[in-house]
Design a protein around this ligand. Structure first.
Ligand code: SAH
Length: 235
């Protein structure tokens, strides 16, 4: 799979993808991340990407022309295996299910907004979707792009060491859309806090039942919104 990022700050991305499984997967050719400098598609001497909003108001907006040119040059065909996304505080909320859908694509192109945002014609006529990473306002789409690529990349075949490790996680269908269960490692007792005995026993059925119940209990406590009115059996 190839990820494309269109940004006015290409150097922002020298850090985020150079660690752990994402770095390894790139080195092994399992995924590619191409960073595109939006100014490359400007024509004027100052390489202008922004302009003042019609109707007045604070700040500047990214102009439509360089963004349209960039996307049309990077993905000239626009097949159903490609998606173009505008990062935006006004977009659909990014969820694990969306990450899983994106991981089926051949190309995912992410447009990073800056300043006060982006000319609305980009949202309406250039991109497939507007996507938000949460109900807060960032100063630019770059962090959002890095976050989305991280979560999609780890779902690609052979990126995580063990295929199962992306299955039984928080928000996945295998986990009924709930939070992952609490996990423990050695020592079995730390500062007087003991690991639940059932996990030390080796009875796989019992461990499975305990994990399901603990996962439901934690979801009820921290993210009741994920339950959507479902009944909870007490652990
Ligand atoms: N005026 C806009 C915010 C602009 S912030 C508003 O009030 O909705 C500048 C850029 O940061 C946006 O164009 C977008 O690309 C990015 N951004 C800000 N918040 C974001 C969020 N929650 N999710 C994804 N991208 C975001």
């Amino acid at each position: 799979m190839t990820f494309h990022i269109v940004t006015i700050f290409p150097e922002f991305f020298t850090g985020p993808f150079n660690h752990g499984v994402i770095a390894k997967a790139q080195a092994a050719g399992k995924l590619e991340i191409r960073i595109h400098d939006l100014r490359h598609w400007t024509r004027d001497r100052h390489r202008t990407v922004d302009d003042r909003p019609f109707g007045g108001g604070e700040g500047m907006l990214l102009k439509p022309q360089p963004l349209f040119k960039a996307v049309e040059a990077i993905l000239p065909e626009r097949t159903s295996k490609q998606k173009v996304i505008l990062l935006s505080a006004q977009g659909m909320p990014f969820r694990q299910r969306m990450a899983r859908q994106f991981s089926e694509l051949e190309d995912l192109l992410l447009i990073c907004g800056r300043y006060e945002g982006v000319d609305e014609r980009v949202a309406q006529h250039l991109v497939d979707d507007e996507v938000s990473i949460g109900d807060f306002v960032l100063s630019g789409g770059e962090l959002a792009a890095a976050l989305i690529i991280d979560s999609v990349a780890r779902l690609l075949p052979d990126v995580l060491g063990n295929e199962d490790s992306s299955r039984n996680e928080s928000f996945t269908e295998d986990n009924e859309g709930l939070l992952d269960c609490p996990q423990y490692t050695r020592p079995a007792e730390f500062r007087g806090w003991k690991v639940p005995g059932v996990l030390l026993g080796g009875n796989h059925e019992e461990i499975k039942r305990w994990r399901q119940a603990a996962s439901r209990e934690k979801t009820e406590r921290l993210r009741p919104d994920l339950l959507g009115g479902r009944q909870i059996r007490k652990a």
